[in-house]
Every structure is written in structure tokens, then in C-alpha cells.
Design a protein around this ligand. Structure first.
Ligand SMILES: [Zn+2]
Length: 88
């Protein structure tokens, strides 16, 4: 099955920051945050010739992680900024 490695990376980082940034536990919010994040990032698919090591290196790239984290932070503000107001 084809895997979008940008999505895998975004999922990983989202899981890491979910508790740190006190993101609401709403499933729709989490989906919206990930959708907005991924719409802003080009998908990445590896060819079958690419080694596991190269795939791992992609997921561990510091600069890329910082870029994705910044997008997630923006998306959280956008999605949960609104949803908290709605629930009050
Ligand atoms: Zn929310």
C-alpha cells in the first residue's frame, strides 16, 4: 500500500505535541488539525527502490520536523481557537 510519509511524520509530531499543547480531545478537531496541516505540505511517496534507512532519515530530519510542527501549531490555533469559543 502507498504511504504518504508526510502524513506519517505529521501524525508522529501531532501525537508528541497533543498533550504538551493541551489540544482538545475532540476527534473532529484532531482530524481538522491534521487535514489543514497536510493541505499545506506536499505529500511524499517513496519509490520501492528507496531503502528503509532513507525513509527513516526523512522522518528524523530536524528541519523538516520544525516545519511540520509550525504548521500544526498554526492549525491548532485555527481549529481549536474557534471550537473553544463555540463550547462556552
Ligand atoms: Zn478543538
Amino acid at each position: 500500500m502507498l504511504k504518504n510519509y508526510m502524513e506519517i511524520l505529521a501524525d508522529q509530531i501531532f501525537d508528541e505535541v497533543k498533550n504538551k499543547y493541551n489540544i482538545c480531545q475532540d476527534k473532529n478537531c484532531a482530524d481538522d488539525i491534521k487535514s489543514i496541516t497536510l493541505n499545506d505540505l506536499a505529500p511524499v511517496y517513496f519509490l520501492s527502490s528507496v531503502s528503509e534507512g532513507e525513509k527513516k532519515a526523512f522522518l528524523l530530519d530536524r528541519q523538516r520536523k520544525i516545519t511540520v510542527l509550525a504548521k500544526i501549531t498554526e492549525a491548532v490555533d485555527l481549529v481549536c481557537g474557534k471550537c473553544e469559543n463555540r463550547k462556552k
